[in-house]
Each structure stands twice: as C-alpha cells, then as structure tokens.
Design a protein around this ligand. Structure first.
Ligand code: SF4
Length: 242
C-alpha cells in the first residue's frame, strides 16, 4: 500500500522510470544514452537553479507588489504587453529558469497574459538567440521570424489568458464566483472588511469573502472596497468569472 501510495504521489517520475526501463529492454544503447543525457540536464539544472532561486528571492524582496501590478498586471494593458516582451527578450539562461521567476511575478500581481508573453519571448525571441540566428540564417530570416513570432505570441497569449485563470496557478484563491482576492498580494490591512463588512472579513490576517448568496451586492460599497485595497488584490467580474 505504501509503495502504491508513493507511486501515485510521484506518478510522473514513475512513468519516466518505466519509460527508461522499457528503453533499456528494447534498446540498451538507446537506454544508456537517455540516462546520460538526463544526467547532463539534471547536473546543469542543479548548477543553475540555486542561482535562479536566489535571484528570484532578491527580486521578490526588492520589487514592490504595486510596481509589478502597475507594470505587468491586468491593468497595465499595452504597456504590460510591451514590457513583458522586453523582460522575456533580454533574459538569459534556459527556459526552465523562467518558471520560478514567473511564479513570483504572478504572485505579485503580474497577469496570466504577461506571464505567457515573458515565457514565450524567453523561449523563442531572446536577444542572444536572435543574434546567433542572424549570424547563421541571415538577418532577413531572423527579422521575418521575429515579427511573425511576436504577432503569434501576442495573439496566443490573449487566447490563453481567456482560458487559464489566476486561480489555476499556485497561490490564488477564487473566493466567490466573480469575486477574487489575491491572497498572496493581500497585506492584511483590513480596509476591505471595514468598507464592506457584509462581504469581506479577515481570516489569519488575510482577507476572505463571506458567502454572499442571496445578498444583493452593493456595487458602490464593493467598488469602494476594491479601490481602497492598497495592493489591488481584489477583482470583481460581474459575469461570474475572473
Ligand atoms: S484591502 Fe486588500 S490588502 Fe487590505 S485586507 Fe483587503 S484585500 Fe487585503
């Protein structure tokens, strides 16, 4: 039972182990080469990831939530899209280094769309990559691919952000249909609970919403609660979705 439980908990790793075993049985040379390649990438990740975690923690400490929300949040609109392209393009390092950073940015208020743009630019239109591409494949090839890739990322990030919701990512809590509090951003100032006590209350120094089924929302009070939040952690979508 314990082994089965462990396998269930680590299903992905178990599948990978099975694939390796199958490869060793079918083609031992290919199996050995796969293990060698995986070892190389694991070693590379172990060398890079500690630095990335330190940089992410420093950014988390130094860059205030309000700034991330203002420049990369939902309200940043075209400015946020542009900045996300810049952040992704000037980055360095492998794409997996971007994931912890994007988690941190999202927790601090960056929108899903901008996170997708950062990840996509990081993966396919990094400046060092473009320079190499121009050197090997020619500037015309690089320029056309860059323009079309930017257009594609702009469109697909918009579509993806319609499908992926904030609460699908770690650290977000959808508290009531349409009403959403970013609990990681919430600094526990209690202003929302004071402005609209029928809907907001504090729990473990974080704002949560009370059940408001049957309660006609007072939009003036709700608006004032949303506006009063110093870190813009509250959002409301009348359609019931964020
Ligand atoms: S106003 Fe914002 S920061 Fe303050 S408790 Fe409410 S959600 Fe948290």
């Amino acid at each position: 039972m314990t082994i089965l439980k462990k396998v269930k908990e680590n299903l992905f790793l178990a599948i990978v182990a099975l694939v390796y075993i199958a490869m060793f049985i079918i083609n031992p040379t290919m199996g050995a080469a796969s293990v060698k390649n995986s070892g190389y990438y694991i070693k590379e990740m172990l060398m890079i990831m500690p630095v990335i975690f330190i940089l992410t923690a420093l950014l988390d400490m130094w860059v205030p939530k309000e700034k991330i929300m203002r420049y990369l949040g939902k309200e940043a609109k075209a400015k946020g899209v542009f900045l996300s392209f810049v952040v992704g393009s000037i980055s360095a390092g492998p794409i997996y280094a971007a994931f912890p950073m994007c988690v941190m940015l999202h927790k601090k208020g960056a929108s899903i769309r901008n996170i997708i743009i950062i990840l996509s630019s990081w993966a396919v239109i990094k400046v060092p990559m473009l320079l190499n591409e121009a050197k090997f494949l020619g500037p015309k090839f690089m320029a056309i691919r860059w323009v079309l890739t930017v257009i594609a990322i702009t469109i697909f990030s918009w579509i993806a952000a319609k499908i992926i919701k904030d609460e699908d990512l770690p650290g977000e809590v959808l508290t009531q249909p349409g009403l959403h509090i970013n609990r990681d951003a919430c600094m526990g100032c209690t202003l929302c609970a004071k402005n609209y006590p029928e809907v907001f209350e504090m729990e473990n120094k974080k704002a949560v919403t009370k059940p408001y089924e049957g309660l006609d929302l007072d939009m003036d009070k709700l608006e004032s609660a949303i506006k009063s939040c110093p870190v813009k952690a509250i959002s409301y979508n009348e359609g019931g979705e964020i």
